[in-house]
Design a binder for this molecule. Structure first.
Ligand code: NAP
Length: 242
């Protein structure tokens, strides 16, 4: 079985790659350009005894994603799990937000997922089995000042998830989203101590999440036990948003 994971070099994507490898999946790792991190993750995944395929590819590049998907199918075989995890932020109040930053965040976070689903759609249909997991965010559910682009992309992923779930349900393919709260990764380490404290105190469980919290939710959605769950948004946020 193969799991294709975007944004797999670091953070949540890396956690998912390791979690799926532990469960015996061969792993296709996609990343943007951080070759050292990607190589380190590939080595850690390979050490778990599974096959790997690792490739830099901008998820917003429609043609590039098509070529990459074909190579994964050729080199590793049928894809069972697709985790659309690659994501970026470019925060600013809307008044100051540039069109470029709005487009870039939408292109990577939302269109990136569309690109991978589009290019694996007929494969999943023919296979009559598969799990698509889109990594959204609590910000897509709540909104956040300074993150209109990010929130729009993550809310968009929820609409994409529900539509794809309805299209593919009769083919035995599920499509769900995970909405993580604040998770300890490179994306959140830039926060100052004061902002971090304020954020932690707003979380009912009084701690930020770990990549394992999200990776185990993804593994659950891919499991046999989750076979009747589709079109859902699984919040992994310590109670931050209910
Ligand atoms: P991260 O540590 O910043 O890692 C981002 C990953 O995405 C890296 O592997 C990066 O590759 C890859 N990436 C970025 N742009 C890409 C592109 N254009 N094409 C291909 N890959 C690209 O992020 P993270 O915190 O793990 O977040 C992962 C996902 O979870 C994101 O979608 C994020 O929005 C979502 N999320 C995160 C949190 C959180 O608190 N951390 C909360 C909710 C949702 P390189 O290493 O090559 O740069």
């Amino acid at each position: 079985m193969v799991a294709l994971i975007t944004g797999a070099s670091r953070g949540i994507g890396r956690g998912c790659a390791l979690e799926f490898a532990k469960r015996g999946y061969d792993i296709a790792l996609v990343y943007a350009g951080n070759h050292n991190a990607a190589q380190a993750t590939q080595q850690a995944v390979s050490a778990l005894g599974v096959r790997t395929f690792c490739c830099a590819c901008d998820v917003s590049d429609f043609e590039g994603v098509g070529a990459l998907t074909a190579r994964v199918l050729e080199e590793l075989g049928p894809i069972r799990v697709l985790v659309n995890n690659a994501g970026v932020t470019a925060d600013n109040l809307l008044l100051k937000m540039s069109e470029t930053d709005f487009d870039r965040v939408l292109d990577i976070n939302l269109k990136g997922a569309f690109n991978f689903i589009k290019h694996s759609y007929s494969h999943f249909m023919k296979q009559r089995d598969g799990r698509i997991i889109n990594i959204s965010s609590v910000i897509g559910q709540m909104g956040n000042p300074g993150q209109a682009n990010y929130a729009a992309s993550k809310a968009g992923l929820i609409g994409l998830t529900k539509s794809v779930a309805r299209e593919l349900a009769s083919r035995g393919v599920t499509c769900n989203a995970i909405a993580p709260g604040y998770i300890e990764t490179d994306m959140t380490t830039t926060m100052t101590g004061q902002a971090r404290e304020a954020m932690t105190s707003a979380i009912p469980m009084k701690r930020v999440g770990t990549v394992s919290d999200v990776a185990s939710a993804a593994a659950f959605l891919a499991s046999a036990e989750a076979g009747y769950i589709t079109g859902q948004v699984l919040s992994v946020n310590g109670g931050l948003y209910m």
